[in-house]
Ligand binder design. Structure first.
Ligand SMILES: Nc1ncnc2c1ncn2[C@@H]1O[C@H](COP(=O)(O)OP(=O)(O)OP(=O)(O)O)[C@@H](O)[C@H]1O
Length: 265
């Protein structure tokens, strides 16, 4: 497909990444003379475009256009630099506690904006978080985001989400609140600081069981982040830490470690 022009305007240049459902291309917008990312459509495309388009936040991928070409739509997104958090974990192993704390604070801001817009993302995981070269931490892939008043039911009845990062209530098909994204944030921060998924047990049944009981693999590297992650990984959404509580805890730790650094300097 390289060299193909989509929608009479976007020339496909190279593959930026592949997900379970889609290949994302770097393309040149020949009208405006800039680089963009093009994601070939599937059943989720309209949902994804509409959800992300509701938001204007530096931590949310920008939707630039939606074009029809042949039998499928393509979604045109800002081209993000850097790599996904999943790639960073794969390449570097457990990330430093301070870095994960900063990533956590950025993602809390993003989720606050997502939830304030009435959306639930439902697919927060390291593979959907981009660590950009300019320091931005960006959440993308709003393909299964839930709009207010819509049920979580997949059109074809199949489960939607990534089993190792969804919340217990998402697994059980319960009504979803913003707190479901906070559980997934906890699993994402665990993966970043521990270098492995908290619940992935190699086979689907064991993974699903571990998520339902919210029993993460033992902590080894999280240090002061452990109680915060445990607060996010509460099975009961009513007991789970909120954005505000998590932010306060992470900010208090930043202040403390900042003082520590100054004291040592
Ligand atoms: N705007 C973007 N800029 C740069 N790279 C991107 C962008 N959007 C996606 N990618 C890359 O493409 C890959 C696949 O994208 P995405 O996760 O949206 O596809 P998907 O098939 O919906 O994923 P999933 O496996 O979660 O269903 C990502 O992992 C990322 O590396």
């Amino acid at each position: 497909m390289r060299g193909q022009t989509v929608g009479g305007r976007y020339r496909l240049e190279s593959v930026l990444g592949r997900g379970g459902m889609a290949t994302v291309w770097l393309a040149e917008d020949q009208l405006l003379g800039r680089w963009v990312a093009l994601k070939r459509g599937n059943g989720e495309t309209l949902n994804e475009a509409r959800a992300a388009a509701r938001l204007s936040h530096p931590g949310v991928v920008r939707v630039l256009d939606l074009v029809a070409d042949g039998d499928r739509p393509w979604i045109v997104l800002e081209a993000l630099s850097g790599r996904t958090l999943a790639d960073a974990i794969r390449e570097l192993g457990p990330l430093p506690v301070d870095r994960v704390r900063r990533i956590g604070l950025c993602l809390l801001d993003v989720l606050e904006a997502v939830h304030a817009a009435g959306l639930v993302h439902r697919d927060v995981k390291p593979g959907n978080v981009q660590l950009c070269a300019d320091g931005r931490v960006v959440l993308f892939d709003f393909g299964i985001a839930l709009f207010p008043g819509h049920t979580a039911e997949a059109p074809d009845g199949f489960f939607q989400g990534s089993p190792a990062f969804v919340s217990p209530e998402q697994l059980h098909g319960a009504a979803l609140e913003p707190s479901t994204d906070l559980f997934s944030l906890g699993a994402t921060l665990y993966a970043a600081v521990e270098g492995r998924s908290p619940f992935d047990r190699g086979d689907l049944f064991a993974t699903v069981l571990a998520v339902s009981e919210a029993t993460p693999a033992p902590f080894r590297h999280a240090g002061p982040l452990q109680p915060v992650i445990e607060g996010l990984l509460r099975v009961d959404p009513g007991e789970r830490w909120t954005v505000t509580r998590t932010r306060e805890a992470l900010q208090a730790q930043s202040l403390y470690s900042g003082r520590g650094r100054r004291a040592r300097a």
